[in-house]
Design a protein around this ligand. Structure first.
Ligand SMILES: [Zn+2]
Ligand SMILES: [Zn+2]
Ligand SMILES: [Zn+2]
Ligand SMILES: [Zn+2]
Length: 326
């Protein structure tokens, strides 16, 4: 596409860490307006101009994870101390966000142009990562011959807590949570990894409900369902089959989902009515607003008035001061 046919296409944003051009992704959102974000393939960083990552819908999250998985083929660029905002080249500060999944980190522009998140930070904020037990590590080495860094894709040492290249904590991708993040309304055909939150909390297999021995989180020993995946590319391959159904749902929600949304709205209406009535009642109870402006007519009314007394005193002084003496 030439600059003449598309004059409003923004120039590619250079990465504030490695200075290489970032890749701009335009992804669908829940509210129709697309979300634009920039991804640096070498640094394994996502730049958000705003913090509205919550607006990404299922198909958007799936394609972002696919992009991230592809970018893990590149060797990791170390995060430099002087990493800057790609918008203003100004400094970045580390922000700790409290999410419902725990604390997450991001590097935010000092004047709030946006924030960088590593791939792992993004996945963690979305609640998709879980820690790795010693048993998981042994199983992964046995199965794959290695442990993969969920952020940069490099091999993590068998006993290392963090990746030697990008310092991300060795983690697993939770398959059930990933499926739920992609399809929060449970709109598409039931997927074997769908389960209830209670089952999750009880450390049960989400597919068959069997109790899981502590430390075992990769697969269910009873039914063999995959519960967690180490490599982002494998996780993406596992859920990519959902893409057409997710896109179809985003374009035209299934009647059952539309009904559920309407029911939820209907449940909300009495609460909204009660709130509106309360607002109206409190508006009526409110005393007359106090007028801050001085009411000049009070100077000429009957009765004592301290302001009028001051004026009269000033007038008397004025007359005495300028009275011709002679
Ligand atoms: Zn970069
Ligand atoms: Zn900035
Ligand atoms: Zn890494
Ligand atoms: Zn099972």
């Amino acid at each position: 596409m030439s600059a003449f046919t598309a004059p409003f296409v923004e120039a590619t944003l250079p990465c504030g860490n490695c200075r290489e051009p970032m890749r701009r992704l335009t992804l669908p959102s829940h509210y129709g307006m697309p979300v634009e974000l920039d991804v640096c393939a070498g640094c394994h960083l996502v730049w958000f101009d705003s913090t509205e990552t919550a607006r990404l819908n299922g198909p958007a999250l799936l394609s972002l994870i696919g992009e991230m998985a592809g970018m893990q083929k590149l060797a990791h660029e170390v995060l430099r101390r002087e990493a800057a905002c790609p918008r203003c080249s100004g400094g970045l500060k580390t922000i700790h966000n409290q999410t419902r999944w725990g604390r997450s980190l991001q590097l935010e522009c000092l004047v709030r142009h946006g924030a960088y998140q590593s791939f792992a930070q993004f996945l963690q904020e979305k609640g998709l990562l879980r820690p790795m037990s010693a048993l998981d590590r042994a199983r992964l080495i046995e199965q794959n011959g290695r442990i993969d860094c969920v952020n940069c894709g490099a091999a993590v040492g068998a006993s290392d807590e963090r990746c030697a290249y990008c310092q991300s904590v060795a983690s697993l991708l939770d398959v059930a949570r990933l499926a739920r993040a992609l399809d929060p309304e449970g709109a598409i055909a039931p997927h074997p990894v769908h389960g209830t939150q209670a089952e999750q909390a009880a450390l049960q297999c989400v597919a068959c409900g069997a109790a899981l021995p502590p430390g075992q989180s990769l697969a269910c020993g009873t039914c063999g369902a995959t519960l967690a995946i180490n490599r982002l590319a494998d996780a993406h391959a596992q859920v990519d089959a959902l893409a057409p159904a997710l896109r179809a749902h985003a374009a035209k929600p299934a009647p059952a989902v539309v009904k559920r949304r309407l029911d939820a709205l209907g449940e909300d209406i009495p609460r909204r009515r009660a709130w509106a009535a309360e607002m109206e009642a409190s508006a009526q109870r409110r005393p007359e607003p106090v007028d801050d402006e001085f009411d000049w007519s009070s100077l000429f009314s009957r009765g004592t008035n301290p302001v009028r007394a001051v004026f009269i005193a000033l007038a008397i002084w004025f007359v005495w001061y300028f009275w011709p003496r002679g």
